[in-house]
Design a binder for this molecule. Structure first.
Ligand SMILES: Cc1cc2nc3c(=O)[nH]c(=O)nc-3n(C[C@H](O)[C@H](O)[C@H](O)COP(=O)(O)OP(=O)(O)OC[C@H]3O[C@@H](n4cnc5c(N)ncnc54)[C@H](O)[C@@H]3O)c2cc1C
Length: 349
């Protein structure tokens, strides 16, 4: 491909093949763009620094976020719902959810009731007496052990290409693809060490979950308050993900059995009917992953650097799945805008 390649035929280059890079690649391909993803870890890999392999991954309306970010989550919900209804291979399922609150909710945390189905307030006899209120609703869970390989296959079948490679800088990518002018940085925690990004606000946040193999895996539970606890069902893998924990700047791959025991105990207190106090060892396995967190929240923006457009989408911490398809949609709009400016407006001036 030479320099005389028309703008619209130059591939969009995505650094990173986690849920953010892959969801974006899928959306761009559906919109008719050529896409190449460059990443050290690819769908199906299991390195602890590849967060997308380890997520719960529940859709849960985040509290304390601005309306624009709420909408990103709502768009994600729309896409995931479609997959749950039409594509079993995607690993997305609709599940009954219960959320128990210690304090009455602030109005800002209730926005999700306009997005989910079957939202209702629970009566006092429907939640444990140590809580002040509770909600039931249908939510969505994504099994990443199925979803990432599914997305990888989807991207390839739509004409996208993966290149397995670790780069040290964005500049290295510009050299690899001199004819491209739109680059998307979806490198998660990688943005801390890329030499021309070096975002010091990024930090690793270790997560560790217990996977309990059980056929009783239809309902999701959240404890919203003192104990950060969730029980996320994986109906297609016959089990429940029990969590959670957030450990800033810890990157140990070893399972911490004290945390695991505490997570089982917390899950048992939250849903004693489905989580035994002492589950049998052979029903248990453990999940360890590093969340790509960022002080002040994620980046989702566009910059013109020289003749190139750089879109940044990283730092999603514990919410990358809940934001994924909304972020992909937003990035696709940014790419369309850059295309319009380059192909039509500048060319015409
Ligand atoms: C235990 C646990 C539970 C979680 N539960 C949930 C949940 O319930 N709901 C939810 O929404 N989220 C959850 N998350 C968070 C979610 O997993 C992350 O937010 C999400 O996976 C981040 O995706 P990403 O694509 O930004 O990053 P990643 O998945 O980490 O992908 C980064 C990509 O960039 C590539 N890369 C980085 N640097 C370089 C480089 N220099 N050169 C080449 N390639 C590079 C990597 O190889 C990789 O392909 C959980 C996370 C953990 C660990």
């Amino acid at each position: 491909m030479g320099n005389d390649t028309p703008f619209a035929q130059r591939p969009v280059i995505i650094l990173g093949a986690g849920i953010i890079g892959c969801a974006t690649a899928r959306q761009l391909l559906l919109n008719g763009f050529r896409v190449i993803l460059v990443a050290e870890y690819l769908p199906g890999d299991q390195n602890i620094f590849y967060a997308s392999a380890w997520a719960g991954a529940a859709w849960h309306a985040a509290g304390g976020i601005c309306p624009e970010y709420q909408y990103l989550q709502a768009v994600t919900h729309r896409h995931l719902l479609m997959m749950a209804q039409e594509d079993l291979e995607s690993g997305v399922c609709i599940v009954d959810s219960r959320e128990y609150l210690e304090q009455p909710p602030s109005s800002s945390s209730l926005w999700g009731k306009n997005v989910v189905s079957k939202f209702r307030e629970l009566g006092p006899d429907e939640y444990p007496s140590n809580f002040s209120c509770g909600w039931a609703f249908d939510s969505l869970v994504t099994d990443p052990t199925r979803h990432m390989p599914y997305l990888g296959k989807k991207i390839t079948s739509l004409g996208g290409h993966f290149i397995r490679k670790r780069v040290e800088s964005l500049q290295e990518l510009y050299t690899m693809f001199p004819e491209s002018y739109i680059f998307i940085n979806a490198s998660g925690l990688g943005s801390k060490s890329l030499t021309d990004v070096q975002d010091d606000k990024c930090f690793p946040e270790r997560g560790q979950n217990v996977f309990l193999r059980t056929g009783n895996c239809k309902t999701m539970y959240f404890r919203n308050g003192k104990e950060y606890t969730y029980i996320i069902p994986r109906p297609l893998s016959n089990g429940l993900v029990l969590g959670g924990v957030k450990e800033r700047d810890n990157v140990s791959p070893e399972v911490d059995m004290e945390i695991a025991r505490d997570e089982i105990a917390r899950a048992h207190r939250l849903a004693p009917d489905i989580i035994p106090e002492n589950p049998s060892e052979d029903a248990l396995s453990y999940i360890v992953g590093i969340r790509p967190s960022r002080q002040g929240g994620f980046r989702l923006d566009s910059e013109q650097i020289g003749s190139r457009i750089i879109l940044s989408a990283y730092g999603f911490g514990g919410g990358g799945y809940a934001f994924s398809y909304g972020v992909a949609d937003a990035l696709t709009k940014m790419v369309e805008k850059a295309e319009c400016e380059n192909v039509i407006l500048q060319a015409g001036s």
